[in-house]
Write a protein that binds this ligand. Structure first.
Ligand code: SAM
Ligand code: SF4
Length: 467
């Protein structure tokens, strides 16, 4: 089924990236402030601007960078924070990614995959916790005697599983790169975002850490988003595994990838993920990342991405600690996973030794929700845009003039109200109701009318209402 790449264009220009970093190493206070002023216009930044901000190390200017990122985040995304859970369905893998516990030669983990009944059981557990969005994740090998249909059937199973009032309403997918034909089939199953991380855009490093299997083919992976978009999947999510190579190089390369997609398809990625390497069973690379990213640089990464591509969602997973997640929420993160397990079957049994990597945040969903609510963020389980076909370019057309807020805020409040009524602990319900009232009292007229209508519908017993 594999198609050879049809994309001759070089997406990543390594020499240009090195030159841009080199020639902007000492930008000076005036240039940094000029760049931050440009960022406040929320039209994004070019590679030179990004290099200027990446080079900055002074405490005072970093504070200004963070404040600018907070301004952009607040203006575009308000206080909403979308929540999801990863669903690992298999840890079988033919590849040899040196940083991952699932790699083929790792004998330290039990190999397993979930059949459709087990997937349904995992989903019932997640739904009973209050989740509405999952990210389906798998290693790059099919279970015995199964083929690509395994993924398609799994998506069907997830959507079909209902528990009382609840169900999963959006399935995003993070699986190995597919052919255009396979991406079309995935699209027909009604997936939300197709997510795939390049891991590192640096070819030499890529070759060093991907020792065998299909994933060792850099071209096949970097062209995956082109194939997904050709197949009609217009919400794609990209990412880098920070720690494999110099983060400054990776950020500029990611921007080149984004500009390539924008030029070719009229729209860039819907989301960017920012995983940092975490310890993984039997992996020296994961224990000692060659370019470990410090907490300070990690915050810079989130803030700079927020300014560089203001309308692209930033996803943070439970790899990070609660404290780092709190700090980066206001700088730019717009989606977080919560209550996650990274081993197949992990929501119904405790087998962390089989996990893909260690988690930094082990708290259950209700605790995470309680925490972010107390920080003033509205937990959102909204799936409105994707359900109404507001994806790709249509989403960006609403997002860029700021109109999307009139949909996102009401949908966030209605789905949060559902959560509070159906799943929350008493303590979370109490802080949540207070927050909803405060948010409603401070809203613009259009959003307020829509929000009150939706919230009242949920209170009267309706579910899954959105605008
Ligand atoms: N197997 C597919 C692939 O590699 O694209 C999809 C799923 S893979 C399980 C999802 C992601 O986990 C990878 O893209 C990688 O970035 C991340 N990952 C692997 N090992 C990790 C580690 N030690 N720490 C943090 N993230 C890791
Ligand atoms: Fe397999 Fe993905 Fe892990 Fe690589 S990162 S070993 S492809 S599961």
């Amino acid at each position: 089924m594999l198609e050879t790449t049809t994309e001759p264009a070089v997406i990543i220009d390594e020499q240009k990236i090195h030159q841009t970093i080199q020639s902007n190493q000492h930008p000076g206070i005036i240039q940094v402030r000029k760049t931050l002023a440009k960022a406040r216009e929320m039209q994004g930044l070019d590679e030179k601007d990004i290099a200027v901000l990446m080079a900055e190390t002074s405490k005072e200017l970093l504070e200004e960078l963070y404040n600018t990122a907070k301004f952009v985040k607040e203006t575009i995304y308000g206080k909403r924070l979308v929540l999801f859970a990863p669903l690992y369905i298999s840890n079988l893998c033919h590849n040899e990614c040196t940083y991952c516990a699932f790699r083929a030669k790792n004998k330290n983990i039990n190999r397993c995959y979930l059949d459709q009944d087990q997937i349904s059981k995992e989903i019932r557990t997640l739904v009973q916790q209050g989740h509405k969005r999952v990210l389906l994740v798998a290693g790059e090998a099919f279970p015995p005697r199964q083929n690509f249909e395994y993924y398609l059937n799994s998506i069907d199973t997830i959507y079909k599983t209902k528990v009382n009032n609840g169900e999963i309403r959006r399935v995003n997918v993070n699986i190995a790169p597919l052919s255009v034909t396979e991406f079309r089939l995935l699209k027909q199953k009604g997936i939300g975002t197709y997510q795939l991380f390049q891991e590192t855009y640096h070819r030499e490093t890529y070759a060093r850490v991907h020792l065998a299997g299909q994933k060792s083919n850099y071209e096949w992976r970097i062209n995956a988003m082109d194939r997904a978009m050709q197949a009609g999947i217009d919400d794609v999510g990209i990412g880098v595994l920070f720690g494999l190579y110099n983060w400054k190089f990776e950020i500029l390369a990611m921007i080149q990838h984004i500009r390539h997609l924008e030029n070719k398809f009229g729209v860039g990625p819907h989301t960017i993920s920012v995983p940092r390497i975490e310890p993984a069973s039997g992996s020296d690379t994961a224990a000692n990342p060659p370019y470990a990213v410090s907490d300070q640089d990690f915050k810079k990464i989130v803030a700079i991405l927020r300014l560089a591509v203001p309308y692209t969602g930033i996803i943070m997973s439970t790899r990070e600690t609660p404290q780092m997640r709190r700090e980066t929420l206001e700088l730019g993160v717009s989606q977080i996973s919560a209550g996650s397990r990274t081993n197949p079957g992990g929501y119904n049994e405790d087998a962390e030794d089989d996990s893909q990597f260690s988690l930094g945040d082990h708290r259950p969903l209700d605790e995470v929700i309680n925490d972010i609510t107390q920080l003033g963020f509205i937990p959102s389980f909204c799936t409105g845009c994707y359900r109404l076909g507001r994806t790709g370019q249509d989403f960006m057309d609403l997002a860029k003039p700021g109109e999307i807020k009139n949909h996102c805020d009401p949908n966030a409040l209605s789905t949060f109200t559902e959560y509070l009524l159906d799943y929350a602990s008493d303590s979370t319900r109490s802080v949540g109701e207070k927050l909803i009232n405060t948010i409603l009292n401070n809203m613009g007229a259009t959003a307020k009318i829509r929000s009150e209508k939706l919230v009242n519908l949920v209170k009267s017993g309706k579910r899954d209402v959105y605008c």
